[in-house]
Ligand binder design. Structure first.
Ligand code: LMR
Length: 397
């Protein structure tokens, strides 16, 4: 019996919240779990520009023959340009990009490639980090470690401790950085802190592995990648995992890319062959649909402008929701400092609750959050913000 030794696993820390939420018969339940954007009606829309790009792409499509392990090459080019901006042309000759199965596929492919060439490399992830980072990267066989990132007292980045830690890592260490909208804390570095990080990485020969899953969701499409672009000009090698799930609303289309900036063009050419082999051995080729949509959208000035304004509207809404929540929490507990709610960037904030409080949020208030106490700001609305604030203050202490 080949599967006789498999026991039932506990639920996934994030996807399990969605399943539990769906199973709850309460009419007042609130889902602040999985990281999907929601509009005022609680829907996760496909941006109009994305829908139009999809329509015209399908109308023009004449074949569904294979595209190859690297996926849609136009998509690869354009998504790297979106992330790196003017830096993309500076590093183009020494960059090897592969379309991946979402941002998760990019992280895992990157880890597989690091493991194939440097099996002893250690990947350092922030403490805390997204619940799926360690499983995704660690299953490649690489060793993992954590670096200090978050200071619960200030609810900001534990910057001095982090920098000091980086300053003591051995050369060749790989460090996973969240480009923006840190998941789960919501605490991001500012431009001057990114400069200090780039100095240390450069001086110590550390390799950044940048996870860019929320471009445009922090402040805007340019500001959110200031640190990434700086690093790409400062270090000889960089891995970049990109996701089109959130900003293009393409979640289920699993659209992403891995770009590896190498030390020179020869190294990039070799890496490209390994990228293709890694894909071929795991899933052969990525699905085309989402990438073809993004390539078309980014290549069309009107669609791109429409989409950019939709991203701006999404981030405006999330900032407004943050202000609304901070206001309602402060009204209930004026003596508590809730300014972190508006200081944080992106979809998430760590509320900083004990395990029992997180359980009580669900069992007593029907408010669903992952076990680390992260809330998805986009799950809040005008209609439920008072219930969310009531629930949070009820379990605060
Ligand atoms: C999240 O953090 O909730 C999202 O990135 C969705 C996921 O796959 O966990």
């Amino acid at each position: 019996m080949i599967f006789a030794n498999l026991d039932k696993l506990p639920p996934d820390p994030i996807l399990g919240v969605t399943a539990a939420f769906r199973a709850d018969p309460s009419r007042d339940k609130i889902d602040l779990g999985v990281g999907v954007y929601r509009d005022e009606d609680g829907n996760t829309p496909v941006p109009a520009g994305v829908r139009e790009a999809e329509r015209t792409m399908l109308a023009d499509q004449r074949t569904k023959t294979y595209i190859g392990p690297h996926g849609n090459l136009e998509f690869n080019e354009r998504i790297v340009e979106l992330a790196l901006g003017p830096v993309a042309s500076e590093v183009r000759e020494r960059t090897a990009t592969i379309q991946t199965v979402g941002g998760c596929g990019a992280l895992r492919s990157g880890a597989e490639l690091i493991h194939a060439s440097s099996p002893g490399a250690v990947v350092h992830v922030s403490d805390p980090t997204w619940a799926n980072h360690e499983p995704l990267l660690g299953t490649s066989g690489l060793s993992l470690a954590r670096y200090p990132y978050y200071d619960p007292a200030t609810r900001g980045v534990a910057f001095e401790r982090m920098l000091d830690h980086f300053g003591r890592l051995p050369s060749g260490s790989v460090v996973l950085l969240h480009a923006c909208c840190h998941n789960p804390t919501g605490a991001d570095m500012d431009a001057s802190q990114w400069r200090a990080v780039a100095d240390v990485f450069d001086a110590r020969g550390l390799v950044p592995f940048v996870d860019l899953a929320y471009q445009g969701f922090g402040d805007d499409l340019e500001t959110d990648v200031v640190g990434l672009r700086l690093l790409a000009t400062r270090v000889p090698q960089l891995l970049l995992a990109m996701s089109c799930s959130k900003n293009f609303g393409l979640y289920r289309e699993r659209t992403g890319a891995l770009a590896i900036v190498a030390q020179d063009a020869n190294a990039a050419a070799a890496i490209a062959t390994h990228e293709a082999r890694t894909a071929r051995r795991m899933y052969s080729m990525p699905p085309d649909h989402g990438a073809a949509i993004v390539a078309r959208l980014l290549g069309n000035a009107r669609l791109r402008a429409d989409w950019e304004s939709e991203v701006r509207a999404m981030v405006r809404r999330m900032k407004w929701l943050r202000a609304l929540l901070a206001d309602r929490l402060s009204a209930r507990r004026p003596e508590v400092d809730f300014s972190w709610v508006t200081r944080h960037r992106g979809m998430f904030s760590l509320v900083g609750l004990e395990r029992e409080s997180i359980v009580a949020l669900r069992s007593e208030h029907h408010v669903y959050v992952p076990p680390d106490g992260r809330i998805n700001i986009a799950g809040i609305s005008d209609g439920n913000v008072d219930r969310v604030a009531d629930a949070i203050v009820a379990v605060l202490d």
